[in-house]
Design a protein around this ligand. Structure first.
Ligand code: 1GP
Length: 250
């Protein structure tokens, strides 16, 4: 479990990580070349690959091209159980713990278990929490779950604690891709104080200042997709902001 160990080590050191989210449906070969070149230059920590709706079946090809281009670990962030590629380094094994849809808590896992196990991928069990981002996002529609209200810090805290006690190795709070309102720093701070697992934050982060403030509040990994899809040159500024957060000295 090489990737998870690196996440734990970075958290222990207080090093904040930056993950660029690549939607396999929205990239072609030249876009992947552009993104990986920029990501290497900016010292991006992880590349997440996935989307709520993967329409094409080019996941393997996308992952293989990324792996040919660079050494940045590729972590699958699957929107559905079919989004598995053995060419990646790890898989976020998501249970949507903010929702009450049994299919996304255990049903789909049971069906895909042999296939996932056979992939040989490093599996990182992840408590996935959808937080209301101010507008219906694809994730809330597709998952058929109600998101946690943006101002209900206590619900988010209790959900994250429960996920950790159930054995989840990572907590991922997501306002949904393209969220109008990203998760508040106050919620990030409160949740980070009650768990020990690394905390991943994403959804609607469009500027380096917000990425920086999220890290200061307690995020360990910042995920950015949409904003980079619109302007790939943002990778550099985002990475600089996230990596500028002072490392713990104690
Ligand atoms: C979505 O957390 C990710 O699942 C990233 O969101 O595309 O809004 O950056 P954005």
């Amino acid at each position: 479990n090489r990737i998870y160990q690196s996440l734990l080590l970075q958290k222990a050191k207080g090093h904040k990580s930056f993950a660029v989210l690549i939607d396999p449906d929205k990239v072609n070969a030249s876009k992947i070349d552009e993104l990986t070149t920029l990501a290497v230059e900016a010292r991006v920590d992880y590349l997440f690959v996935g989307g709520s709706l993967v329409i094409s079946n080019q996941l393997d090809e996308v992952v293989q091209q990324i792996k040919r281009n660079c050494d940045i670990p590729v972590i699958l962030f699957p929107g559905s159980p079919s989004q598995v590629s053995r060419f990646a380094d790890a898989l976020l094994y998501l249970a949507v713990i903010s929702g009450r849809n049994p299919e996304l808590l255990i049903g789909q896992h049971v069906i895909s278990a042999p296939f996932v196990k056979q992939s040989g991928l490093e599996i990182i069990s992840t408590g996935y929490m959808v937080i209301d981002g101010g507008a219906p996002t694809t994730v809330s529609y597709i998952s058929n779950t109600a998101p946690i209200p943006a101002d209900k810090n206590e619900i988010a805290m209790c959900t994250a604690m429960a996920g950790e006690m159930l054995g989840m190795k990572l907590i991922y709070m997501d306002a949904g891709s393209g969220a109008r309102r990203p998760i508040t720093e106050s919620m990030i701070e409160k949740v980070s104080q009650v768990i020990e697992t690394p905390l991943v934050i994403g959804g609607g982060i469009t500027n380096p200042e917000k990425a920086y403030l999220n890290c200061k509040a307690g995020a360990d990994v910042i995920v950015i997709g949409n904003a980079i899809e619109k302007d790939a040159s943002l990778i550099k500024e985002m990475a600089a902001a996230i990596h500028s957060v002072p490392v713990k000295t104690s």
